[in-house]
Design a protein around this ligand. Structure first.
Ligand code: SAM
Length: 230
């Protein structure tokens, strides 16, 4: 039974896609995509031997060896340019996902859609998409087992378009689509963050005055203002 998080990622796989799932671990996502007719074939990439073996096992057990190729390697190293049409990268930090995309830029040839699910720091990915000509076409936010996850969907296009009616800095931090949708999970996540920053700000304001502290207070005040806007 696939998690709600990975099911939501799978919802964005375009019909007939040739998929690459990077950091696939147990390969649940590509197996689900193939078993449900969401993709035509897939590559499951893993950099660590243990998860690579468990991906191979799962693919074999599902009888999908002819349509899912399990490969050992880092990031987009496991695919050739023009080999896949859709890439999923889920369950890692935003900074690592950004690093994987940036290091594998030449492998993105032929890719039409990126579906990215950072566990934290999604803003790294939004910045990378904006700087590299990928339009953030949709975003999801969901809660599962007490954790909040974001999913970012990118396609080649007008990278600036999603930010036209929001302030760029705030849009990059919280997500322009999520900001427009104002779901209860979105409000929960950022209200919690805002309270967290407010508490830190209060503690620093009680501490001895210093240049370092006044710089931190300025930064926190700026973050809180952005979150109020969001
Ligand atoms: N994608 C699955 C999911 O969302 O449930 C598994 C997430 S798991 C927490 C992260 C996986 O990414 C690990 O199995 C790890 O070995 C793999 N990983 C980390 N860095 C990687 C890289 N540079 N290239 C490929 N896989 C990587």
């Amino acid at each position: 039974n696939l998690s709600k998080r990975l099911k939501t990622v799978a919802d964005y796989i375009p019909e007939g896609a040739v998929l690459a799932d990077i950091g696939s671990d147990h390969a649940y996502l590509p197996c689900y995509a193939l078993l449900n007719g969401l993709a035509a074939s897939a590559v499951a990439g893993e950099v660590v031997e243990g998860p690579y073996q468990s991906a191979k096992k799962q693919v074999k057990k599902s009888g999908l060896e002819d349509v899912i190729s399990v490969r050992l390697g880092s990031g987009l190293e496991v695919i050739e340019p023009n080999e896949v049409t859709c890439i999923t990268i889920a369950g890692m930090g935003g900074a690592l996902i950004e690093k994987i995309l940036d290091a594998g830029k030449e492998k993105l040839q032929g890719v039409q859609r990126l579906i990215l699910q950072p566990n934290i720091h999604a803003h790294h990915i939004r910045e990378w998409l904006l700087q590299n000509g990928w339009e953030l076409v949709n975003e999801e936010i969901l809660e599962e087992d007490g954790k909040i996850y974001e999913i970012l969907v990118g396609e080649r296009g007008d990278a600036k378009a999603p930010y036209q009616d929001v302030s760029l800095e705030t849009g990059l931090l919280v997500g322009p689509h999520l900001m427009r949708k104002q779901s209860s999970t979105f409000i929960k996540k950022w209200s919690q963050e805002k309270e967290h920053y407010k508490r830190i700000l209060e503690n620093i304001s009680k501490a001895t005055e210093s240049e370092e502290n006044s710089r931190k207070m300025q930064e926190l005040t700026r973050m809180i203002a952005m979150l109020e806007e969001a």
